[in-house]
Structure formats: C-alpha cells, structure tokens
Ligand binder design. Structure first.
Ligand code: ADP
Ligand code: MG
Length: 574
C-alpha cells in the first residue's frame, strides 16, 4: 500500500477496471505498452474479457462493434501518442455510425507535460472532434465518476464514442479506498416517445399515400425494434427497404421487401416513413433525381438535430424507434389501414424486382473462368448458414455482396457503414465472434472482404488464431482496388519501367496467396479458382466448426458490377 494510511489501498489501474465492471462493461480490446499494461491486467482480474489486437485501429473498430451488437459500449485501450492516434479512425467511425464506444488512452505523466515527454500529445483536445465527450479525470478519486459519465454519455440520446485520458502516473499510483467516490451502474437509457399529435398526423399522411415506402435504417436495428417493425409491415402491408446494415431487421425474404427494386422504390415513393436512417449520401440526401421533389417524409429519430436535414419533413416523430413504432401500431389499431397488394405501385415494384433478380441470376450462372462476383456470391449464399453474422467490406465485394447475400436476422450484417471505412472487417468479425461465443454459441461469423480491404487489417488473422475464434474469412481477390491486372498484363506493365511510375494505382500484386497468412498461424487456408473448388472449401470450413479459416477466391480482375441504369448511379457505392 502506497498511501501509508490505514485502510485498503487501490491503484489507478484497479480503479479503472472496477469502475468499468460496475458499469457492466464486458469486453476490452487494445494493445498494451507503457503506460496501460496494468490496466489490461486489472481488467482481466475483475472478469472483463481482454482481447489483444495488432493495430489500435482494428481494436477500436472491434470495441465499437460490441456497442452495436450488445447496446453496451466495448472498451478500446491504447497507449499514448501514436497508439491514441491510430484509434482516432475507430472513434470517428463509431460516432459517424451512432454506436456507443469507450476509448481509454494512456498519456504522458503529468509532471512531464509540455516538456516533450515520451509519446506526448494533446489527446483530450484531439479527441474532442471525434467523441461526444473527451475528458481526463482530475484525480484517482474521480475515476469512477468520469467512467460512469462516459458510459452513460456513449449510450444516451444518439449513441457515440467517448474518450477518457489517463495520465501515465495515475496507473500505478495508489489511494485509500475510503477516499474514492464509488458510483453505481448508470440507469438504462430512457425511452422517449413522440408527441401524440405527430403520430396521428403521420398516420393520416400514410393513409392518403398512393405509393408508400418504409425505409428501415440501422438506428432501427440498434433500438431492437424488429418485432414491432415486422408487425407494422404485416399490419399495413407496406413495401419496405432496408439500408445496408438494417438488412435483417425484417428478413430479406419477406414478401414486402423491395430491396431488389431499390432505385424504383426511392424514385417514385410519394410518402416515405424513415425509421432510424439519415438522409445522407446512403439515401442520396432524399433529393431529386433519386427522390420525388414532392416526397413527403415522415422522419423518426432519437436525435432532434437530425430532423429536417436536407429535406423538410411532413411530420417529425422524435423518439426511440421501437417506442414510436409501437405508438404507430396503436394508432393503426384505432384507424386500421391495409395497403392493398394489387395496386399499380406494387405491380411496378414487383416487375422491377423480377427483372433485377433475373439479371443477377444470369451473371451468377455464367460458366466462364475466372469467376465473376455474382458466381462467387451465388455459391457462398448456397452454402453458409442462414443465421450467420456477415461482415462485409470492399468496393465491389461489399456492394454486390449486399444484393446477393440475404440477411434473415437483425444486427447480423456489419460493413463499412456511414463513414465508408475500409479495414473494419477483421475487427468487426473478432468482436462478433467474441459476443457470439458468450450469447449465441455456435453461431458462425463470416467475413467477406475484397483483397484491398483485407490488407488494411490482415495481421489480425493472428489475433483470430490466438483466441481460436472460428471465423471464416473469404477474400474475393481481383488483384486490386475496384479492378486489377492479371499476371500477363502485370508482366507487360512492368516492362514500361519503374513500377512506381507505371503500375496502375488501383493494382495490387496479382495472384497473392492471402490464405497463407491464415495457415502461417495455424488456421486453414484455401486458394480456389473454380466454383467446384469454392464449394468444397466452403463445405470443409462449415463442417469444421473449431478452426479459423480463410478462402482466397481468385476472380476475374476485370469483373465488375452489372451496368447501372442511370449514369448518376455509377459513381455512387449504392
Ligand atoms: P443508415 O446507415 O442505416 O442509413 P444512419 O446511421 O444514417 O442509418 O441513421 C441512424 C439514425 O438512427 C441516426 O440518425 C440516429 O440518431 C438514429 N437512432 C439511433 N438509435 C436510435 C433509437 N434508439 N431510436 C431512434 N433513432 C435512433
Ligand atoms: Mg479487390
């Protein structure tokens, strides 16, 4: 005991661990080093699961995915200076996605501040732009209060990231327990409902609609509104469209899902019920030409500042998605409404869906080698379990995968998200596997990535193997970003001189054996070039439920998504 006084002493590291535990934090991801190693050890001692990663970026993505999957923030633990800076991407990504997250960063000792200390950096100031809260406790005694506030702030209102700065000299410093103000676990986030008049107005607008559309966003997934949204769709017969990460809130194979007619649905809807999605780039800002000029938007969100962004809404319902959906259901039970399934609107949507599905099918069944994206996803779809968690990133790999791989359950698709971040895949997959192990044992995590996306965090394969997480990674390998060169074209290109002046910036080394990264750490690696090889690798890795595996799928480096109907769609990722 360093305090010398009577009574039990406690260190800064222990106080941090105990305070996190008191706030029901279950998972911590990070990279240890001076000055935070003791914090990770103390966390394990109180029963928090600690996963050591290979780059702070991936650790921070992992911690943020825990927040989305469990509604309670995960913690990312990083060292000072560079460690902290590497985690900024994860903080920004979490805040952009509206996911709760806690980052704890060690910083230089207080008595060396401004002297050019080891890894000194103005971390609290730098954290401010990426976090809802960026703070340093003023003393050891204040740690429990600050941690409670950070956890609460990360979850209340619109969720986001919170940063806590811990001076290095705090970690091993000791205080007497009796001087510490311990704080209980914060209350669950309050659930707010919309004004009754707004609910009633919304129902009147929906009742007059000729071409309604329900858009389900990842806010709906986060608020766990799946049962009530499903009821709303069934009760009112509304066509619905999930945004990428809202896939599965209502299953993709529900007859009212119009995802395969996305453009048509957005372009012609006269009333849109927007459930937890922002009218940002993902939804083309809610503006023409993607939307009607006169579209009436009924906007439902927990964040008042979001209401009215880009489009003046016809009705605004401020509140929790699940609670407001329940309010809508109650109003509809008083004023029943069933949108008929034989309208011109449904006919138009169904025709479009059929046409689009046929086009994808034709591409999927092409027999030529090397394979195209559609063929690859067709076989993956046939052989993976319906209830697996899908992690997806890359350009074409993510975009085409989204249309080809259905989700049947909520919160089981994780991708580049609002911020369009590449490199999230491995971190997300590791977090999903950790959470699945505790909550839904046996559920598989399948991470489907482009070769470029895989490169950002490829060394996390070692993390996957170290914790023996039975993740299947599928690298859809086209030798590049968007497109690449085949081996012959690569050789020709090199004849022009210095690779730095003649290799196309989108190109990566052709025919890279990414599967060997997996076998290097004891997992199973497969390299496949044909549908038959792909099928047998998929079957083998689905049968072996214990071993991490990676299937490197060599595809046509020039394979692309099918032609878009409108020129203004080709630049967009959607
Ligand atoms: P997507 O990427 O699916 O389009 P966004 O991330 O753009 O979705 O939007 C999600 C929205 O959901 C945000 O505006 C956020 O404020 C909101 N949100 C988050 N949680 C809740 C909740 N519990 N109830 C209502 N809205 C929520
Ligand atoms: Mg690629």
């Amino acid at each position: 005991s360093g305090s010398g006084a009577a009574g039990e002493a406690v260190s800064g590291a222990q106080l941090i661990a105990e305070s996190l535990k008191a706030q029901n934090i279950e998972y911590m991801f990070g990279i240890v080093g001076i000055p935070v190693t003791e914090i990770a050890i103390a966390a394990q001692a109180v029963g928090i699961k600690y996963v050591g990663m290979r780059n702070e970026q991936a650790a921070c993505y992992a911690a943020s995915a825990v927040g989305y999957l469990t509604s309670r923030p995960g913690v990312c633990l990083v060292v000072s200076g560079p460690g902290f800076l590497h985690a900024l991407g994860g903080m920004a990504n979490a805040t952009m996605n509206c996911w709760p997250l806690i980052v704890i960063g060690g910083s230089s000792d207080r008595n060396q501040e401004t002297m050019g200390a080891f890894q000194e950096f103005p971390q609290v100031e730098a954290g401010r732009l990426y976090n809802k809260l960026s703070v340093r406790p003023s003393s050891l005694e204040a740690i429990p209060t600050v941690i409670e506030k950070a956890v609460r702030t990360s979850m209340y209102g619109r969720p986001g990231s919170c940063y806590i700065d811990i001076p290095g000299d705090f970690v091993n410093l000791q205080v007497n327990k009796s001087s510490v103000k311990y704080v209980e676990c914060c209350l669950q986030p309050p659930i707010s409902t919309a004004e009754h008049s707004a609910v009633s107005e919304a129902v009147s607008i929906i009742a007059l609609s000729k071409q309604p559309l329900l858009i389900v966003g990842k806010g709906a997934a986060y608020s766990r509104a799946e049962n009530n949204i499903r009821r709303l769709v069934d009760l009112c017969g509304l066509p619905f469209l999930p945004t990428p990460m809202a896939k599965g809130v209502v299953p993709d194979n529900h007859p009212n899902c119009v995802a395969a007619a996305r453009s048509t649905a957005l372009q012609h809807a006269d009333v849109i019920i927007l459930l937890g999605a922002r009218l940002n780039w993902i939804l083309h800002f809610g503006l023409p030409p993607r939307f009607r000029q006169d579209v009436k938007v009924i906007q439902i969100d927990i964040c008042a500042e979001e209401l009215g962004n880009n489009v003046r809404p016809a009705a605004i319902l401020l509140g929790d998605i699940n609670a407001v959906t329940k309010q809508l259901l109650e109003e509809f039970s008083r004023r029943p409404l069933k949108y008929p399934s034989n309208t011109e609107w449904w006919k138009k949507l169904r025709e479009k869906m059929m046409k689009n599905e046929e086009r994808s099918k034709a591409l999927a069944l092409q027999k030529s080698l090397p394979m195209n994206y559609y063929t690859v996803f067709h076989h993956i779809r046939e052989l993976i379990p319906k209830d697996c968690i899908l992690v997806s990133e890359g350009a074409n790999t993510m975009d085409i995968g989204r249309t080809m791989l259905p989700n049947y359950y909520p919160r089981q698709r994780l991708d580049a998200g609002t911020f369009g971040t590449m490199g999230v895949g491995l971190g997300f997959a590791i977090a999903a596997a950790m959470v699945a192990k505790d909550r839904t044992p046996g559920k598989r995590v399948i991470c489907i990535e482009g070769d470029s996306a895989f490169g950002f965090s490829g060394m996390e394969v070692e993390t996957v193997c170290r914790y023996n997480l039975p993740i299947l990674i599928i690298v859809v390998n086209n030798n590049g970003i968007y497109t690449g060169l085949d081996a012959d074209a690569w050789k020709e290109t090199l004849k022009f001189g210095d690779p730095a002046t003649c290799v196309p910036p989108v190109s990566l080394l052709p025919n890279s054996h990414y599967e060997e990264i997996m076998s290097a750490f004891g997992g199973k690696g497969y390299c496949v070039k044909t549908p038959e090889e792909l099928q047998s690798a998929l079957k083998a890795s689905m049968t072996d439920k214990q071993t991490p595996s990676l299937i490197n799928v060599m595809i046509d480096p020039q394979s692309e998504r099918k032609k878009q109907e409108f020129p203004w769609l080709t630049r967009s990722n959607l």
